[in-house]
Design a protein around this ligand. Sequence first.
Ligand SMILES: Nc1ncnc2c1ncn2[C@@H]1O[C@H](COP(=O)(O)OP(=O)(O)O)[C@@H](O)[C@H]1O
Ligand SMILES: [Mg+2]
Length: 285
Amino acid sequence: MIDVEKLHFTYPGRKEPTIKGMDFTINEGEIFGFLGPSGAGKSTAQKILIGMLKNYQGRVRIFDQEVSQVKRSYYERIGVAFEFPNFYQRLTAMENLSLFRSLYTGETVAPEELLMEMGLNESARMKVSAYSKGMKMRLNLCRALLNKPDILFLDEPTSGLDPLNAKKVKNKIVRLKEEGKTILITTHNMNTADEICDRVAFIVDGRIQLIDTPRNLKVRHNEKKVQVESREKDHGLKINEFDLQGIGTNPDFLTLLRSNKIETIHTQEATLEDIFINVTGRGLN
Ligand SMILES: Nc1ncnc2c1ncn2[C@@H]1O[C@H](COP(=O)(O)OP(=O)(O)O)[C@@H](O)[C@H]1O
Ligand SMILES: [Mg+2]
């Protein structure tokens, strides 16, 4: 569906390239995530894929056409949600969606249907200027879906959302995948990447460091730890960490176990962020 080879890109007037050689393929019906810290080049890569930045080097094939050559019809088949949604503030949500809908020549979805699904039906007649950030983000997703796109590009779809709204958006993205859509999301949120992506690309400084399923990443990179909290006499809680591997013969662990001072024992699973830090040497912020 999407095939990218040796992608390089430098913004006009900049010396350093922002994209420094990316190779990846996104399969039909897949949710593919770009996970990386701010400034890594995620939005830039996405703008290249949607045909906004054309002076790139390398190959970017989508629907079997080179993206720098696509015609207007390309935009009938893709849906885009930018990180910072742009709406007509003085128009209502409904008026905004109707306006954007009128720009398409192909089949479209009724805005009411989308607003209902994203829990915005009761605020459909409210001006966008009165919308909260969470409402705007959901409206942004509605807008991206107006033309029944085959491929969706969603830039930071859960950024700045409270857990409930983030959940609504994530559930919708998963339902879209179940309908057969191909979805690229960019995120610096490891939970979003972990919960909904079929595969994740770790992006740092314009390069993809690794691509895998969240599950494989955890299986391959997870060194399980056991965290033990113990109460020392006249002291506060003390926290010790042990490798799960070989714990049965670890003398320090066994001494602690026999000491009767243990308050809690937990195994610790590495999060996607721990793995990201391990692999790339960088955090996600
Ligand atoms: N229009 C632009 N002109 C010049 N540099 C830009 C422009 N947009 C982004 N950049 C730079 O490109 C780099 C990557 O930005 P971006 O793709 O937005 O990263 P991310 O989405 O991963 O946070 C940053 O260093 C940013 O300053
Ligand atoms: Mg970005």
